[in-house]
Design a binder for this molecule. Structure first.
Ligand code: SAM
Length: 286
């Protein structure tokens, strides 16, 4: 008795693994989100197996039922409409129930849009934050983005075509105009990557109306963003660059000016203003 979490293609049927096919042929039952959708996949590979539906709305009840069947010795595969079960898709509850019943849980790895979108984004992959779908309502979406403002890892989200423009403009306003990549229709005939700043990607979607499945990857908070978002003073930013990177005061000022879109002269002027403000504050507290 085992519960197999079987990843299936996110578009291109060649992406199914040999192991996934073997497991789907061997299990007693396949639990899937949409039986019609999964039957097409099974038919394509000549697999005939009983299927049962398992989705967000009946997940709780089905989890108990499936855990019972697993405990009686059946082996069951979970598949979703596309990609890896449990990734912005149901599976979590049945996995918990299976573990509670002492059933072995076996992942069968394969496609996941977030990984395909991330690795081809051109943004750092050493550390990333996967946020699933952003909230559909503007207020909640902006709050969520705001919570991620100083996250240094690359950010990855799933998004629907009819909300992508709003999501891009909220991200730009809340996070700043960061580098990003929008992966469309991964592994499919019309696979496309829109790379550039958030504002550039949004401008391209104004011309070419957004269609298909989308994964949005946004640069994490770099030092520049961090200074801008946490609003640390220019003086502190210059000092930090001198300490952390051993720059001279003049080079640090030049770098800070660049990161804030100022000329060196403007940055120097701002530095003097901050000093003057500090002196006033000190006098007040004397
Ligand atoms: N479990 C899936 C996985 O492992 O990637 C994700 C399921 S989630 C319900 C569906 C969302 O994933 C889509 O709305 C889209 O944001 C993203 N997605 C799925 N397939 C994709 C593809 N071929 N290209 C780009 N994004 C995709």
């Amino acid at each position: 008795m085992s519960l197999y979490l079987v990843s299936t293609p996110i578009g291109n049927l060649e992406d199914i693994t040999l192991r996934a096919l073997r497991v789907l042929k061997e299990v007693d039952l396949i639990a899937c989100e949409d039986t019609r959708h999964t039957r097409k996949l099974l038919d394509h590979f000549g697999i005939r197996k009983p299927v049962i539906s398992y989705h967000e709305h009946n997940e709780q009840a089905r989890a108990a039922e499936l855990a019972g069947r697993l405990a009686q010795g059946e082996s069951i595969a979970i598949v979703t409409d596309a990609g890896t079960p449990g990734i912005s898709d149901p599976a979590y509850r049945i996995v918990r129930a299976a573990i509670e019943h002492g059933v072995e849980v076996v992942p069968i790895p394969g496609p996941a849009a977030l990984i395909a979108g991330l690795v081809a984004s051109g943004l750092p992959t050493d550390s990333f934050y996967f946020g699933g779908f952003l909230p559909p309502r503007k207020g909640a979406r902006r709050t969520r983005l705001d919570e991620l403002r100083s996250e240094r890892s690359t950010l990855v989200f799933y998004e629907s075509p009819h909300r992508i423009r709003e999501a891009l403009s909220d991200a730009e306003e809340v996070l700043g105009d960061r580098e990003a990549s929008l992966a469309r229709e991964l592994t499919k005939l019309h696979e496309q990557f829109l790379r550039g700043c958030l504002s550039e990607i949004r401008a391209r979607l104004d011309v070419q109306s957004p269609r298909g499945e989308m994964t949005l990857v946004i640069a994490g908070c770099g030092d520049d963003n961090l200074y801008a978002t946490e609003q640390i003073s220019l003086t502190a930013q210059v000092d930090k660059l001198m300490d952390d990177e051993g720059l001279t005061r003049s080079d640090a000022l030049k770098a800070v000016a660049r990161s804030r879109g100022l000329s060196k002269r403007e940055a120097y002027q701002k530095l003097l203003e901050e000093k003057a403000d500090e002196n006033i504050d000190e006098k007040k507290t004397d």
